[in-house]
Design a protein around this ligand. Structure first.
Ligand code: G1P
Length: 301
């Protein structure tokens, strides 16, 4: 029997972004740009590429501009049209989800990722859904990260978690999974833990902010007690769901940037600028000059 299709995606965007103050005082951290696109646009693009049809944002106060970003801007379009810049209008249009394809709900209180996901329950309904944490921005050589995970889901069904290998000293910042024997890049998950203390992680495979989950997670989240950091943790609820449903890890081809940290965010900007067809040559030249000034050494070409 084919697995039920994944049509909807949830984006938790209620976080305050305190690490980016003062930039995030009046602007949501998800609207910070990586080169010329807001972080949230890149993550929504990844979901669209994977075939997602409905985009559910779990927002908080001061996040209204995200809703505006995914709407038409008639005044801007009129000005661009008057100037004959129809190509820019078309580009903007291509980035927009269609009418009725977005929904917004509010988390109301910062009780943790598990609580944010639970806030989307009525909008998701009784079907599997993707969950994308916008702090993690992915860069892939071919198919996007979520698309690769959907391929895994079409094969295995159940629940899928995107994973990535990190050095031992970084595991304590993330959820970590342990895995059993599998084939290719897809393995059964045998256990998971949220932010394990240094030296206690069961593996180097972190949960990198992409999930495909079955709706049975919602009743578990409803009663989920607070866990690590005094927050309602999604990882704890997934651990409970693992007792009745299979979970697989997909190690996707590509890399992710943790844009919740300033270094990760800056690195993402450099990486995507170096990928950008119009910017890459000029930007690489300027970057080389800067590095040369810093080190006094001529950097390798
Ligand atoms: C959340 C999840 C964690 C995951 C991480 C990825 O943590 O709880 O399992 O590894 O996102 O970014 P947070 O970054 O919200 O502390």
């Amino acid at each position: 029997m084919p697995h039920r299709p994944v049509r909807k995606a949830v984006f938790p965007v209620a976080g305050l972004g305190t690490r980016f103050l003062p930039a995030t005082k009046a602007m949501p951290k998800e609207m910070l740009t990586i080169v010329d696109r807001p972080v949230i646009q890149r993550v929504v693009d990844e979901a669209r590429e994977a075939g997602i049809e409905h985009f559910i944002f779990v927002t908080g106060r001061n996040k209204g501009v995200i809703e505006d970003h995914f709407d038409r801007q008639a005044e801007l379009e009129n000005i661009l049209r008057a100037k004959g810049k129809v190509d820019i209008i078309e580009q903007l249009e291509n980035l927009l989800p269609g009418p009725g394809q977005t929904s917004f709900t509010r988390q109301q209180a910062p009780l943790g990722l598990g609580h944010a996901v639970w806030c989307a329950r009525e909008l998701v309904g009784d079907e599997p859904f993707a969950l994308l944490l916008p702090d993690m921005v992915t860069r892939t050589p071919g198919d996007g990260c979520l698309k690769q995970m959907i391929d895994g889901y079409n094969d295995k069904g159940g629940n899928i978690i995107g994973v990535e290998e990190v050095p031992d000293e970084e595991t304590e910042q993330y959820g970590v999974v342990s895995i059993g024997e599998g084939q290719g890049n897809c393995w059964p998950i045998t256990g998971m833990v949220e932010k394990p203390a240094a030296g206690t992680a069961p593996s180097g495979l972190i949960i990198m902010g992409r999930y495909i989950l079955q709706p049975e997670i919602f009743p578990i989240l409803k009663d989920q007690r607070k866990g690590t950091g005094g927050e309602i943790q999604l990882t704890d609820a997934m651990q409970a769901l693992m007792e009745i449903q299979p979970f697989h890890a997909v190690k996707y081809q590509g890399m992710s940037f943790d844009c919740g940290s300033r270094v990760g965010f800056l690195t993402a900007n450099v990486a995507f600028a170096l990928d950008h067809p119009e910017l890459r040559n000029d930007f690489a030249r300027e970057l080389r000059k800067l590095l040369q000034d810093r080190t006094g050494k001529k950097p390798q070409q």
